[in-house]
Ligand binder design. Structure first.
Ligand code: ADP
Length: 432
């Protein structure tokens, strides 16, 4: 068991979203652990916040509810008294769910009649005003999200969007109240409750609004939102004297070993990062999905390439390609099959690299990160200092720890790979 009870238990509906939230909490001063799925065992490392990463955003509603309730039960067993349901800052969901149904199930289980719903994340351009979600200057339904393959967002009015997902009455906690502060929010909430509202979309257009909302929700048993709404929560615990003031929450254990980068993301930011690495003359091995499909010994070749370089410098293994190349491969092999082939190849390479002494891994891509972390048998991560917004350094818990930087596609500056590796090295030297 942990030495003192965990203060905040979080359930995230996807992997890199969980890391983003954990990063936010660590920056706010809470020692935070992220688990991959619901652990079978109790947590055996001290933490003030725990984030359970699920893959429940687009699975059938019943599965999302069952997984979220299992996560809740486990978090309750750690002593958590406050809970946070984390979803995407673009409110990714369909009319069939899963934000509304999961929020309902958590409210029922926690026996609470009311929860805030606020995906605002002003630092990343997501603001909510009069219940409408904006991405930069555009309403959600004009932001590109209307074309999302799995969760097309065709309505920017989140009161309407959420109401279509739940029988619970959805209302609006208006900007007028949020702007006036904690007491005005309390009065507005009381009025909403009186009208029978159970879930309230909260307006927020700045970090200050999120801090105010966080303070106003200090005693709520359940909050729901993007990672932005978590900004104000560490302050609540600190004011209540529950966070030791001088603790270095970003401290990670030392991890010695060789380093490698694995990239399965084809997002624009990752393409620039791969190009930057290669144009600096650093060793890079390209994974060709068609060669994998043809049964060529690509993984063996990759490991042989690693053998020529690893003792001296880190190697990049990448399947990252331009959109037209990806489209051509997908046309030939199908998108799920080609994605799977690449993920499995990178996962095998990761496993064999660990066998060769690699302990520092930088991974680009949300799905890719999931595949690599699974292949390496990682069950939980301790979250350390931020490398770039939304991406922290992490170290796996348990025997033979690994240092990991897991980056969702569009995150990170152009030199992200070397920046992450450098930070790992600094942490390693710091602990010597
Ligand atoms: P992101 O976070 O950028 O969306 P992901 O890892 O989540 O990255 O998704 C990228 C997907 O594309 C993975 O399934 C990966 O295996 C697949 N992929 C990577 N390179 C190629 C390629 N050259 N051709 C086809 N699919 C690819």
């Amino acid at each position: 068991m942990t030495s003192s009870p965990v203060l905040l238990g979080c359930i995230a509906d996807d992997f890199t979203g969980a890391t983003d939230l954990a990063n936010m909490l660590v920056r706010g001063g809470m020692r935070t652990v992220q688990t991959i799925g619901v652990p079978r065992a109790p947590l055996d490392t001290p933490a003030q916040a725990v984030v359970v990463a699920l893959k429940s955003r687009t699975v059938p509603r019943g599965e999302a509810i069952a997984e979220s309730l299992a996560a809740l039960a486990w978090l309750k067993s750690l002593g958590c008294k406050q809970f946070y349901f984390k979803y995407c800052s673009t409110f990714d969901s369909t009319d069939a769910g899963n934000i509304g149904p999961v929020a309902d199930a958590l409210m029922r289980e926690l026996n609470t009649p009311f929860a805030i719903a606020c995906p605002a994340f002003p630092e990343n351009g997501r603001t909510v005003y009069r219940g409408n979600l904006f991405v930069g200057d555009l309403p959600l339904n004009e932001s590109g999200m209307q074309n999302h393959p799995l969760t097309p967002m065709i309505d920017a009015n989140l009161v309407r969007v959420l109401q279509r997902q739940t029988p619970t009455k959805v209302g609006l906690l208006r900007y007028d109240a949020v702007q006036r502060g904690v007491e005005a929010i309390a009065a507005a909430r009381a009025a909403l409750l009186e009208q029978g509202v159970g879930l309230a979309i909260a307006d927020a257009i700045s970090d200050q609004d999120l801090y105010t909302l966080g303070a106003a929700c200090a005693d709520d048993v359940l909050l729901t939102g993007g990672s932005g709404l978590a900004l104000g929560l560490p302050g609540n615990f600190a004011r209540a004297g529950l966070l030791p003031a001088a603790e270095d929450t970003e401290q990670l254990p030392a991890v010695d070993g060789l380093a490698a980068v694995l990239s399965g993301s084809c997002s624009r930011a990752t393409q620039a990062q791969v190009e930057h690495w290669r144009s600096n003359g650093r060793p890079a091995f390209r994974i060709d999905p068609l060669a994998l499909f043809a049964g060529e010994a690509v993984v063996d070749q990759a490991i042989a390439f690693a053998g020529q370089h690893l003792g001296r410098e880190p190697v990049l293994f990448y399947a990252t390609s331009a959109p037209e190349e990806v489209a051509a491969v997908q046309k030939q092999l199908g998108s799920a099959a080609s994605g799977d082939l690449v993920e499995q190849a990178l996962a095998s390479i990761a496993r064999r690299l660990r066998g060769a002494g690699v302990r520092h891994f930088v991974v680009a891509g949300g799905e890719t990160s999931g595949a690599v972390v699974n292949a390496l048998g990682v069950e939980a991560l301790c979250i350390g200092p931020q490398i770039d917004p939304g991406v922290p350094c992490t170290v796996s818990l348990g025997a033979s720890p690994l240092a990991l930087a897991l980056k969702s596609g569009n995150f990170g500056t152009v030199d992200f790979f070397s920046k992450a590796l450098k930070l790992f090295k600094q942490l390693q030297e710091l602990r010597r």
